[in-house]
Design a protein around this ligand. Sequence first.
Ligand code: HEC
Length: 139
Amino acid sequence: MKYNSLDRAAESHKVIIMIVLLFGFISFSLNLYTSLPVKNYSLNRESVDGKLVWQKYNCNACHQIYGLGGYLGPDLTNVYSKRDTSFITAYLKNGTTTMPDFNLSSNEIYSLLAYFKSTDNSGSSDPRTFIILQNGTIK
Ligand code: HEC
């Protein structure tokens, strides 16, 4: 097959466009992955215990953590900063008409509070409060 000069010009334009697109894609990806905020936190003994209490009583059936779980009760990811610890303790000790009373021991309540503190430090749950950044990530 023979190419004339017009075909060759069209081919080289395509190559240039591909290079520009590839360069754009790579630099955007690099920028995105190097600028993502990564929170460093570690679970301490108490919060691990609290997570086990959370699982033992299946609190997840009605509540969400990081947006995942049942929807009868509210998301509790940030309950630690939204509410007083005495408010949370009162809920856990007594329940309400819609939230059962699990007869939790004070140790279990203490561990649950530590767990709520760690989820509060490591994530946020209400998408309505998120700010969408220019590169498509959220804050
Ligand atoms: C049967 C469903 C159900 C289960 C299981 C359940 N909850 Fe709840 N919880 C609710 C409902 C519904 C509310 C909201 C009740 C209200 O406002 O009267 C609530 C409220 C709460 C609140 C107060 C939140 C706020 O900001 O007002 C906390 C804290 C809480 N639950 C913790 C727990 C923990 C910890 C467990 C597991 C031990 C648990 N819940 C298990 C239904 C449940």
